[in-house]
Structure formats: C-alpha cells, structure tokens
Design a protein. Structure first.
Length: 140
C-alpha cells in the first residue's frame, strides 16, 4: 500500500487537480501490478501561518510523505529510478506551478499491514493479481 500525504498551501489544488494528481500517483503503482485500491492519497491544506520552510512562513511549498508497505526495493539503482519516477509525477503539480516541493519515502514492514482483516497476498502472486483484477480485497 502506498499512502501519500500531501501537505500543501490552502487553495493551491482544485478538486479536479486533486483527482488528476491522485490518478497520476495511482498509475505509477498499477503499472507495476499493484491493485489500484492499495493507493491512498490524502490532501492536507495548510495555511501559510502553519507551514514553515527554513524557519519562514511558506505559501508556495508542498511537502509529501509517502509510505510504502506493499513493495520494498533493496537495489540502490531501482530505488533511484523509483524516486526519480515519483518526482517526475510531481512536476505538473509542483515545479510546473512554480511551487517548492520536497518528498520522502518510508518503507514499513509488510507484516504490520492488513486490509479489511486480511493479510495482503505476496507480490506477484495469483492472489495479488486477483485482488488487482477485482480492485478489492478477496479471501484467498
């Protein structure tokens, strides 16, 4: 499960922007076989008086925290490629709007994660493929 928490200035994203942004994020993960319902994106509007960068109020900064549970990458080159791919996904919603942006990815152990009372199936298994096809958790 990737969980994205996007902290952003109030009003910087319209409802359509949020749908598009969440859709682009989800596409990154479904492209590698994850079920779409694994991807959760939370938008947190922050007023300028509550967001500081370098000790100064920032009304142009977006801070993103990504938690990965479903997949972990051990190979440094693959980690770099994934991070660069995620950064490129952010560009239309950050760089191209003149915003300052920063993100990081945490990886949480899979054995500390459940969905609807079920342990998610292993990566690439038939059960995971069934979950992706149904776009919901299924007993297996």
């Amino acid at each position: 499960m990737p969980l994205w928490q996007i902290h952003h200035p109030a009003g910087v994203y319209s409802e359509a922007d949020k749908r598009d942004f969440a859709g682009d994020i989800t596409a990154n993960y479904t492209a590698v076989g994850l079920p779409a319902f694994y991807v959760v994106v939370l938008f947190h509007e922050i007023t300028a008086s509550n967001l500081y960068v370098g000790g100064q109020p920032a009304d142009d900064a977006v801070r993103i925290v990504v938690s990965h549970l479903a997949r972990h990458l051990d190979d440094p080159e693959r980690r770099k490629q994934m991070t660069e791919r995620l950064d490129a996904t952010l560009h239309p919603y950050t760089r191209d709007r003149g915003l300052h942006w920063e993100f990081h990815v945490d990886e949480s152990p899979r054995d500390l994660w459940m969905i609807a009372g079920l342990w998610p199936p292993g990566p690439g298994t038939d059960a995971e493929k069934a979950w992706a096809a149904a776009n919901k958790p299924l007993p297996y």
